[in-house]
Design a protein around this ligand. Structure first.
Ligand code: FMN
Length: 304
């Protein structure tokens, strides 16, 4: 039983275990290498990349709240060219999967980025962040309208042969509907959820706690809602699901797997404990041994 099989298949990728570190919470990886061997992770997802560099939102950009974190980083990133030149070479010596999180303000930008990343060796998969405003359609977020998400995913699908993961926003009424339109568009897998729109006010200054007023809530506060969404999506689609939302420990990860996730991502946890990812892998293994589970497939969606 010592050799329990934690490998999972997501599109064309075979992950050695289901634990992935999520976009925006693990820097570009290097920052964490003193804490553990990054090769032990199932995959790494660096900060989301856009075509051009982005400065992000005005400070303050992070506010800690009960059980969570509200961030309004605003997708700050160095842009495609700088990423390829100065960040990508770091990953060449790693023996884990590199999944690129990317986004655009128009369909054209999404397609262009997918096409460019497709040609670059060393990238295993693409994670499309569709929680971005479509500037051509008056700023409506792609990820809240299934009729906008479907053609977007279909166009990106045509631009790449890499494993395509669509990352869903939880800021919708019916996440299963969004999931189905992404699957129909050609997604190989879905990751959910991104952050929940949130805000906080300082009662003394009577000012917002974030420069942008609104940010995205993550961490343990969102876990039960994210879990419910994973379960709803699991009932609606056939493609693998990557569960995200407040996963801090192995027990949380196992809950998501039981709800139907084939793999999980950890975000806020990395900011609190840089070794959180590795500790969750160890905890999952321990659970498998204690419960005599030899393959993760036996656990996916197995609750009830
Ligand atoms: C500081 C910060 C930056 C983030 N940046 C990105 C990003 O660039 N792209 C993206 O798709 N998600 C981004 N996210 C969302 C996370 O990847 C994740 O979906 C979310 O935080 C929920 O997971 P958690 O509760 O484990 O943190 C960010 C989250 C945080 C806290």
């Amino acid at each position: 039983m010592k050799n329990c099989d934690l490998t999972v298949k997501i599109g064309k990728m075979v992950l050695k275990n289901p634990v992935i570190v999520s976009s925006g919470t693990f820097g570009f990886g290097e920052e964490f290498e003193d804490f553990f061997d990054l090769n032990q992770l199932g995959a790494i997802i660096p900060k989301g990349i856009s075509l051009k560099p982005m400065a992000g939102n005005p400070p303050p950009r992070i506010f800690e709240t009960e059980g969570g974190l509200i961030n309004s980083i605003g997708l700050q990133n160095p842009g495609f060219q700088e990423f390829i030149k100065n960040k990508l070479p770091y990953y060449r010596h790693l023996k884990t999967h590199l999944i690129i999180n990317f986004f655009g303000n128009t369909q054209k930008e999404y397609v262009e980025l997918a096409r460019r990343f497709d040609r670059i060796p060393g990238i295993s998969g693409l994670e499309m962040n569709i929680s971005c405003p479509n500037i051509k359609k008056g700023g409506i977020v792609f990820g809240v309208d299934p009729q906008m998400a479907f053609p977007l995913v279909r166009a990106v699908r045509k631009a790449t042969r890499l494993t395509l993961i669509v990352k869903l926003s939880p800021n919708v009424t019916d996440i299963a509907l969004m999931a189905k339109s992404a699957e129909e568009g050609g997604a190989d897998a879905l990751s959910l959820v991104n952050t929940f729109r949130a805000m906080a006010i300082n009662i003394h200054s009577k000012k917002p706690e974030l420069g942008n007023i609104i940010g995205g809530l993550s961490g343990p506060a969102i876990k039960p809602i994210a879990l419910r969404m994973v379960w709803e999506v699991h009932q609606a689609v056939k493609v693998p699901i990557i569960g995200i939302g407040g996963i801090m420990k192995a027990e949380d990860a196992i809950e998501f797997i039981l709800a139907g996730a084939s793999a999980i991502q950890m975000g806020t946890a990395n900011l609190i404990n840089p070794r959180a990812g590795i500790e969750v892998i160890q905890g999952i293994r321990k659970y498998f041994i204690q419960n005599k589970i030899d393959r993760i497939q036996k656990l996916i969606g197995a609750f009830g």
